[in-house]
Design a protein around this ligand. Sequence first.
Ligand SMILES: C[S@@+](CC[C@H](N)C(=O)[O-])C[C@H]1O[C@@H](n2cnc3c(N)ncnc32)[C@H](O)[C@@H]1O
Length: 276
Amino acid sequence: MQNNSDDNKIKEFISSTFNEVAKNYDKNEHFLISAKELVKIVNKHDIKNNASILDLSTGTANIAIEIAKQYPNSSIHGIDISLNMLEIAKMKIKEQNINNIHLYHQDVENLELSAGPFDLVTCAYGLFFYPNMEKVFCDVSMRIKKGGRFIFSSFTQDAFQPYTKTFLEMLKNNYNIKMPEKLDAIALNSEEDIRKLSSLIKPSNLEIKYVKIRLNLSIEQWWDLINSSGFKAFLSPLSKKEHRNFKEEYFSHLERVTLNKTVKLNADTLFAIITI
Ligand SMILES: C[S@@+](CC[C@H](N)C(=O)[O-])C[C@H]1O[C@@H](n2cnc3c(N)ncnc32)[C@H](O)[C@@H]1O
């Protein structure tokens, strides 16, 4: 894959963000709830017991572990660009005595993997981080067996609202912090976006499932979520003083807009089930 230096900068920024949040990432219950949902979907699509599986953006291996528990004879290859996320994954895999997950520290856009072709490729909340999402999607799809599946998830348009809208506006207006343009242009939060992406490979079938994931959080817990997920990328450029000021401004905003200081977390997710 052709890589330009802007893409590399974006990817360095993403990997350093996830390196920073790795040890707290699993406190985010919605990722685990979603991993279980994804495996329920896998179960409904007669994946064979000894399937060869690729998990893109495996992170702390939430998906890989859930699949490994139900398909102990499968061979699961998990890829991630963040070494610290993979370190946590390795620890969890060891603690649970799982021996069919192989982890690789790689950039999905430059895969150097001899395994495959795969019966199943999974990617939970990963595609929208790839500066060349469409190309990755097409390249990886070519490594899936005929009749095999590509199952991926992405947050809906309403996810994390209204809380992130103000979060991002305040950072943009007061601190000039914004998402890199190339990532901002990637849209994968509606059924229409998924259909458009999927049409690039002319699949034999596409099914889209909408799953509600709702939790009540305190304002502190919501702040912890921001600081232990991809949102952290927007806070990293702030100096200590700016960080303190921003936190104060944002908290007083949240206290105004919430009832009983409860953040009603919406982590609603779209699952795409593509048959090759
Ligand atoms: C929101 S996390 C999702 C992790 C996991 N799939 C889950 O559901 O908990 C996104 C992950 O994508 C990884 N990632 C982002 N860009 C990547 C790339 N180009 N290659 C490999 N991994 C990447 C990040 O390091 C991070 O671990």
